[in-house]
Ligand binder design. Structure first.
Ligand code: ADP
Ligand code: MG
Ligand code: MG
Length: 895
């Protein structure tokens, strides 16, 4: 409520809004207003704000002033149209349309033809001179209103419609005439009354108010909640409601409805793409009820409307400086624009279009960088099918969302989720999808449909999720009831493996092998930007990101091979070289001897055995990263992790005893494992604690590092090792290790090896000023910092209760995936501030997996870190996001 009892403004005419008011008016409302202000032919209407929705959802009632404001706007709409809502002789009809800030295709509700009733249907017939049209509109109202406002099962209406067609031996809804539709209206009204216990509401204003409430409530429908979670859309935004004067595409063959894109949303190719359906209304065009024609055919059907549409689309692209998608309707030769927005696109199209728009002078490179993101780049690194084995092609559909996916064919959403939960890859096969299929689509590797085009529900949602999709493969006879499809006399049953190629539209029988993507081959150096348009666009934008970014990007790599790959992918050093693997394989034997040693000599002998092996490992890594920094972390996990499992040892010892044999070493190992057992290894004897408790262990590693550096330098290289001590919580720990390390490094005759620490224990972050006195650098171990900060262990909680936590909205995304800014991020900021205050030249990075997470990279930029480090394959993602973070200073939404 506003101050002083004044009432909020909850309703905006289209003439009052603009495209920047998405928070308040939703995307649809803001863009309808923008088009209205551009002078485009938009039917008049008004938008009820997201604030009104939030108020309604909080209290269950329309907020004060809303009903009156709706009445005022409706009165203005009526006078501008010269008709009254539901007037029996010449009714104004309206649509009631949901529209949130972020587009949620098909997730919420829309009701068309509001204002029709038993009397006004006659008025509409008279005014239009088309009785069939009037009854078609009325049956649609009862159907949509029943389903979305009153929860009448939609199938019952569809079933009744099918029956009506069958009775006339009709194949299309167009074959039903006015009297068939009039009868259908009676059937629909009976269905309505049966399910709701009351008659279909005849009062137009009641219809309007109920529909508005239903749109508000649809914000919390299961499928909308699920979609938001999947797309990481905040749950508290609410939806706006648009009330729009109806225009009619179902008035005959000179009318129709369509959808279009200003460029190909799958490939980014310039040109106009779309589908058109004559004599149809609303979602008919995407619902696959009849076959659409390509938009180009409209030129033949209605040249004047086509030309006007082309010029409007060109104008919209220029205005929004981006690919737009639109919905339009033609009513008896008059074109109406019903929706536009900056359109969703595939990852490949995003890069190609951004680069094209730079060439066309519509945007600059900084802006182009905002048009793509790391998640999309990651998608482009997914493998593609290797067709050299000539797999058996079953069919070809429309390549709706690229990628290569194989899995068991499953024909039902719930079943798909079940099979996928069992760890099996699934391809969800449907005739067409609708919002109820969402759980199955999320669970599946890919989606295959036999109906619908590039703008069908399956295609739009799959592109949004970055999921492989082939749609409209109309050779497939899909039988969801018995769980099979047939094509060319072949049958594929549930559980049979198929492969779908979302780049070519091909469907194959069996599992087709995959090969690396062109983009990966580009980063590997095997493909040049001149070879391929997508590679060229990626090259251009990643290169610009490199020029723009402040953050350095390193990789987490443990071997020479990984280091070399990371370098090819653009890593500027290694931020985390784990040394655990240097104790594995044949070397376990030495580790066992180390643990079982009874004397200093035995222990030293085991360490002396390990030293040259580790030195050779380091030489390989330093050579691969020659000239670039390599942060080596001293051994971190508890030593007993290197011993055989307790159960195995116990069995081996028992068996030996049974046979009367001497269990020998196993017995000693068993005793050691029992002795070293920890209730909670994560919080036990590991990291720096090991180094302080086991004499000579860290010393051996430091010597191996220093001598390896000396050797590389002797061979003419420029090794730049950095020694990192894990799990420090108190400066005294680091001081002790540091003193010994400095002595050993000096003995090896090397100088200038920085010694620093991980910041991964909360106490370290909170005493960063002290720790900085003994550290040349900090590196945030955000995995452990998250575990210890929250007090839960990743391995134990991700399966156990995270799903419930996500459901409850306790966090929107796992804090292991994306850094928890408020809590763990606060620890990071404290440590950065205090560390730099104590030591201004302190170098600070992050080496947890968050270093490759797009959202987190933006946080680390903001927190002033020097570098992020992530797995080699994520390096290009981090480069791109670091560049985006650097130019992204206006805080605008990058979604
Ligand atoms: P969605 O958000 O699912 O796209 P819309 O609100 O855009 O839902 O509406 C569903 C369908 O109804 C769309 O095809 C749209 O173009 C059509 N439609 C909406 N309002 C009108 C109207 N006033 N006149 C004619 N068709 C309309
Ligand atoms: Mg809708
Ligand atoms: Mg729409």
């Amino acid at each position: 409520m506003g101050a002083g009892g004044s009432v909020n403004k909850y309703v905006y005419e289209f003439t009052e809004g603009n495209k920047d008011l998405k928070d308040l008016l939703g995307g649809k409302g803001a863009n309808l207003a923008e088009m209205t202000n551009l002078g485009l032919p938009v039917p008049p209407g008004f938008t009820i704000t997201t604030e009104a929705c939030k108020a309604y959802l909080a209290t269950g009632e329309e907020p004060e002033g809303l009903p009156e404001q709706i009445a005022d706007s409706l009165a203005r709409l009526e006078s501008s149209m010269g008709k009254r809502l539901g007037d029996p002789s010449d009714p104004l009809l309206v649509s009631v349309r949901s529209g949130a800030k972020f587009s949620m295709p098909g997730m919420m509700e829309t009701v068309l033809n509001v204002g029709l009733n038993d009397r006004s249907v006659d008025g509409l017939a008279q005014q239009s001179g088309n009785e069939r049209f009037a009854w078609d509109s009325y049956r649609r109202l009862i159907q949509m209103f029943g389903k979305t406002v009153c929860d009448v099962p939609g199938e019952e209406f569809e079933h009744a419609l099918e029956e009506a067609k069958k009775a006339k031996q009709a194949t299309s809804d167009l074959d039903l005439d006015a009297s068939d539709l009039r009868q259908l209206v009676d059937v629909f009204k009976t269905l309505f009354a049966k399910h709701t216990g009351r008659e279909f509401p005849q009062e137009p204003r009641d219809q309007l108010d109920l529909a508005i409430r239903a749109v508000f409530e649809s914000w919390n429908a299961d499928r909308a909640v699920l979609y938001r979670r999947q797309e990481r859309i905040p749950a508290d935004l609410g939806t706006a409601v648009n009330v729009v004067a109806m225009v009619f595409g179902n008035l005959g063959s000179d009318s129709g409805t369509g959808v279009a894109f200003t460029r190909d949303p799958a490939t980014g190719a310039p040109g106009v793409y779309g589908d058109y359906l004559a004599n149809a209304q609303g979602e008919d065009v995407v619902a696959g009820i009849r076959n659409t024609v390509p938009l180009q055919d409209l030129e033949r059907l209605d040249k004047a409307s086509y030309d006007e549409l082309m010029s409007i689309m060109a104008r919209l692209e220029g205005h929004y400086r981006d690919l737009c998608d639109i919905e339009f309707t033609i009513e008896r030769g008059k074109l109406w624009m019903l929706q536009t927005r900056v359109g969703k696109r595939t990852a490949a199209a995003a890069f190609i279009i951004a680069s094209q728009l730079v060439d066309e002078g519509l945007i600059d490179l900084d802006e182009a960088l905002q048009r793509v993101n790391g998640a999309q780049l990651a998608q482009l690194t997914f493998p593609r099918f290797d067709l050299s084995g000539e797999p058996e092609a079953l069919a070809k559909g429309i390549a709706a969302s690229p990628g290569a996916a194989y899995g068991k064919a499953v024909f039902d959403s719930a079943r798909a989720a079940e099979v996928a939960a069992g760890g099996e890859p699934v391809i969800l096969v449907r005739r067409e999808t609708n919002p109820d299929d969402l759980p199955g689509m999320i669970a599946a590797q890919g989606i295959l449909t036999s109906r619908g085009g590039k703008t069908s529900h399956a295609a739009v949602v799959a592109r949004g999720m970055g999921k492989t999709c082939v749609c409209g493969a109309d050779d497939l006879e899909v039988d969801v009831v018995s769980g099979k499809f047939t094509v060319d006399g072949r049958t594929v049953d549930e559980g049979d493996v198929i492969s779908i190629d979302g780049t070519s539209g091909c469907v194959y029988l069996g599992e087709v092998p995959v090969r690396p993507s062109l983009v990966v081959r580009y980063f590997e150096g095997d493909v040049s930007p001149d070879d391929d348009a997508l590679v060229a666009a990626v090259h251009r934008l990643v290169t610009h990101a490199d020029a723009a970014r402040r953050l350095r990007v390193r990789a987490n790599a443990d071997t020479g091979e990984d280091a070399a790959r990371a370098r090819r992918f653009g890593a500027e050093g290694i931020g985390l070289c784990r040394t655990e693997h240097m104790f594995l394989g044949d070397r376990r034997e030495l580790v066992e001897r180390l643990i079982l040693a009874r004397t200093d000599e035995e222990r030293q002998a085991a360490l002396d055995g390990l030293m040259p092996l580790q030195r050779a490992d380091f030489v390989e890594i330093f050579q691969a990263m020659d000239g670039l920094p390599v942060t080596v972390r001293l051994i971190d996990p508890p030593l007993h992790e290197f011993l055989p499992a307790l159960e195995d040892l116990a069995v081996r010892v028992a068996v030996a005893h049974e046979r009367g044999e001497d269990a020998g070493k196993d017995e000693a190992l068993l005793a050691a494992v029992r002795r070293m057992h920890e209730q909670n290894p994560m919080l036990g004897l590991r990291g720096v604690r090991l180094g302080l408790v086991i004499p000579g262990l860290f010393a051996m590693q430091v010597r191996a590092i220093a001598e390896a550096a000396a050797e590389c330098a002797r061979q003419g290289g420029t090794p730049r090792p950095e020694i990192m001590v894990p799990l420090v919580g108190a400066v005294q720990e680091l001081e002790t290790v540091r003193a010994e390390a400095e002595r050993i490094v000096a003995e090896a005759g090397v100088s200038g090896i920085p010694i620093g620490t991980m910041i991964e224990v909360p106490r370290a972050a909170l005493t960063a000023d002290q720790i900085a006195e003994a550290a040349d650098f900090f590196s945030f171990g955000t995995n452990d910092l998250t575990q210890m900060g929250w007090g839960f262990s990743r391995d134990d909680v991700e399966g156990a209760f995270f799903p419930r936590y996500l459901e409850l909205g306790i966090f929107g995304v796992s804090p292991f995936e994306s850094i928890d800014r408020d809590g763990i991020g606060r620890l990071v900021r404290i440590a950065v501030d205090e560390g730099r205050t104590a030591r201004p030249d302190l170098k600070i990075g992050v080496c947890g997996e968050h270093g490759g997470d797009p959202e987190s990279v933006h946080f680390f930029e903001d927190a002033g870190l020097d570098y992020v480090s992530c797995s080699p394959f994520r390096v290009p993602v981090a480069r791109l996001e670091a560049g985006r973070a650097a130019v992204h200073s206006d805080g605008s939404d990058s979604r």
